[in-house]
Design a protein around this ligand. Structure first.
Ligand SMILES: *Cc1c(COP(=O)(O)O)cnc(C)c1O
Length: 303
């Protein structure tokens, strides 16, 4: 299997700030944005085992769902091309169908990478997880391997096993791990494959409003095996999915200048900002070793 995925572990980059010294903590960024030039960050981990399963079953197409700014749509289009598969994206919003000049950078990129885009109105799109709708789709596209929205399923969760082993080797003493949450597949994978350690906690920062509804699904993906504490933080969405206040815009540009690490405007900026908030609120005890997971998503920067 040909892939440009970096077999080498991504860097664990230490960062410094007078605030970290004052609070007596250490902080690193786990640079998963560097794991693959195109299918970057958490999306690559979520796709890997699904791609292998599709090839094993002899399927020739990947079919999936997403909004106009979905990093998963962009990643699936790239992955399909790289693995010699066709790809079909069912996109939320039929107003875009005859209006390619209004397509987002993400949709243009997906289309350039050979993804066939099919636009669904919002009512149709809502059926994306219904068994009967999926059955009809499978009959219509018998050669397609169907991936849910955001690419989150059991095989996606499995993709985080090697990342967590790698982090454990790079920093056995880590205590706090922050990640952004969309569907929660990534958070579930991190929790499921974390090794036990005293005081260890994984914090998922929800990027959408009222994200508590994700909890049952996340718990189900984790299964019975959880050996570390975890929490879904629902108060740091900054106005909702895809919204970015002036305050966070400033945070993003300051962070990028200070550490020379680009952030995406939808996910990593909110996860990293939530960490600073929690630190200031005294939620992180002295002596903690904090890892901020850079989940990628940088293709979305060029909207
Ligand atoms: C999709 C995405 C997430 C959210 O991942 P989930 O597994 O859906 O929770 C986080 N960060 C980035 C950069 C993403 O593209």
């Amino acid at each position: 299997m040909q892939t440009r995925f970096s077999k080498n572990p991504t860097p664990l980059q230490p960062i410094s700030d007078p605030l970290f010294e004052k609070k007596r903590i250490q902080v690193w960024i786990k640079r998963e944005d560097l794991n693959h030039p195109d299918i970057q960050g958490n999306k690559w981990h979520k796709l890997r085992h699904n791609l292998a399963a599709a090839l094993e079953k002899g399927q020739t197409e990947l079919l999936t769902f997403g909004g106009a700014y979905s990093n998963h749509i962009a990643a699936t289009a790239f992955a399909a091309k790289e693995y010699g598969l066709k790809s079909i994206g069912l996109i939320r919003g039929d107003e875009l169908a005859d209006n390619p000049q209004r397509w987002s950078h993400t949709l243009k990129l997906a289309s350039e990478n050979g993804m066939q885009l099919i636009f669904l109105n919002r009512q149709e799109y809502r059926k994306r997880n219904d068994a009967s709708f999926l059955q009809t789709l499978q009959e219509r596209y018998p050669n397609a391997f169907i991936l849910p929205e955001g690419g989150s399923n059991a095989l996606a969760v499995l993709g985080f096993e090697s990342l967590m082993q790698n982090l454990q080797e790079q920093c056995p003493q880590w205590t706090h791990l922050y990640t952004a949450v969309g569907t929660g597949g990534t958070l579930a994978g991190l929790v499921k494959y974390a090794s036990p350690y005293s005081g260890r906690k994984i914090l998922g920062v929800a990027t959408l409003k009222e994200a508590d509804y994700l909890l049952p699904q996340i718990s189900q993906w984790i299964g019975k095996t959880e050996v570390v504490d975890w929490e879904l933080l629902t108060q740091y969405h900054d106005g909702g999915y895809g919204k970015l206040s002036e305050n966070l815009r400033l945070f993003k540009s300051r962070f990028e200048t200070d550490y020379d690490v680009p952030l995406d405007p939808v996910y990593t900026v909110k996860a990293f900002h939530a960490f600073y908030q929690q630190l200031q609120q005294g939620e992180i005890p002295p002596g903690s070793n904090v890892v901020l997971l850079h989940t990628g998503g940088l293709q979305g920067n060029s909207v």
